[in-house]
Each structure stands twice: as structure tokens, then as C-alpha cells.
Design a protein around this ligand. Structure first.
Ligand code: AMP
Length: 183
């Protein structure tokens, strides 16, 4: 069962994905984590994407699709996609690679999302350059412009489930499980 989590930066996609994957033995693919790892190790790919990420912009669809193809473990029982797709073109490409059963929109208001990003900044000691104030604003703008259209795209396919992500993590995990009948 392949699942996509969609939500603005700070909605909790990473935390919820990790919990669900541990509980249900699913593969977690966070494209943000994959890219940050490349940057940390200093690979050619990392060098290519670092500036784009630090500016809060998106990596090109072609590159992201190549990356995702190399990450899907065919033997896994299912994948939770966290941070991919981020554009309708990425979503169309993904549909040619795997069958996506559910898309969960983690709905949270912008105020709460910013509060969470700022908390993460403090908790993780500023490990993410894109959690800086001036970049957060751009990431939210990019989300509105490029990622939000995914909601309509998946709604049209009757795959969209909406979960209130402003609740506690335990509650959000429960609500996602209920929304997609994951037992
Ligand atoms: P995230 O950890 O999901 O917030 O991703 C951090 C950054 O990585 C994003 O702001 C983008 O620069 C880049 N990124 C991650 N996933 C994608 C994607 N699917 N398409 C384009 N860029 C991405």
C-alpha cells in the first residue's frame, strides 16, 4: 500500500511518516532527507542542490523523478512518500512508477506551521539552513504555488483524505490510520 503525505512545511509530514512506517513496516522515503544526506556527504548531487534548497526553492522535476526511481524498494510492503510529489508533474510521473492508494493532506494553518518550524530550529540546533526566517516565507510561497495544486489533482482521482494535523502527534497518527484504514 503506497501512501503520499502532503502538507505545507511544518505540517508534520516527517514525524507522522516515521511513526507510521515503524508501526506498519512500510518504507519511508523523504526526498528532503535524501537530499540533505547528499549535501552532508558532499556528493556531486549534493553540491548541485544545496543552494536551491537553502533558498527554499524546488529541485527540478526531472532530477527528483530520477532520485525517487532509485529509492523505491520493490520488495517493501508499501511506501510512505514524504515530500514527494511536490508538483503535479511529479505526481504524474509517480503514477507511472507505482500505484498510489491514498493521499493524505495534513491540514494545518500557516501560523502553527511556522511555530513548528521555529521549534525544530531550536530543538535541532539550526541544522537546517532552510528553517531560517527569511527562507520559511519562500518555502510557504512555493508550497502555495507549486504543491497545493496536488490537492485538487488527487481530489479529482478520489484519493485525497484530509486530516487535521494541528492535533498531537499521537492523535494525528491515529486519524491518518483511520482515514486510510491502516490497521
Ligand atoms: P523537505 O524536507 O521535504 O521540506 O524538503 C527540503 C527541501 O528539499 C525542499 O525545500 C526542496 O528544496 C527540496 N525538495 C525535497 N523534496 C522535493 C521534491 N519532491 N521536489 C523538489 N524539491 C524537493
Amino acid at each position: 500500500m503506497n501512501i503520499i503525505l502532503v502538507g505545507m512545511p511544518g505540517a508534520g509530514k516527517g514525524t507522522v511518516s516515521k511513526r507510521l512506517c515503524e508501526k506498519h513496516s512500510l518504507q519511508h522515503i523523504s526526498t528532503g532527507d535524501v537530499l540533505r544526506q547528499e549535501v552532508a556527504v558532499g556528493t556531486a548531487l549534493g553540491k548541485k542542490v544545496e543552494g536551491i534548497m537553502n533558498a527554499g526553492e524546488l529541485i527540478s522535476d526531472d532530477l527528483m523523478i530520477e532520485i525517487i526511481k532509485g529509492k523505491i524498494d520493490e520488495k517493501s510492503q508499501g511506501v510512505i512518500f514524504d515530500g514527494f510529489p511536490r508538483t503535479v508533474d511529479q505526481a504524474k510521473a509517480l503514477s507511472e512508477i507505482v500505484d498510489v492508494r491514498h493521499v493524505v493532506f495534513l491540514r494545518v494553518d500557516q501560523h502553527e506551521a511556522i511555530r513548528r518550524i521555529k521549534n525544530r530550529m531550536i530543538e535541532e540546533g539550526g541544522s537546517r539552513a532552510d528553517d531560517r526566517d527569511e527562507v520559511i516565507e519562500e518555502r510557504l510561497r512555493v508550497y502555495e504555488e507549486k504543491t497545493k495544486p496536488l490537492l485538487q489533482y488527487y481530489e479529482g482521482q478520489k484519493k485525497l483524505r484530509v486530516v487535521d494535523a494541528s492535533a498531537s502527534i499521537e492523535q494525528v497518527v491515529k486519524d491518518v490510520e483511520k482515514a486510510i484504514e491502516l490497521h
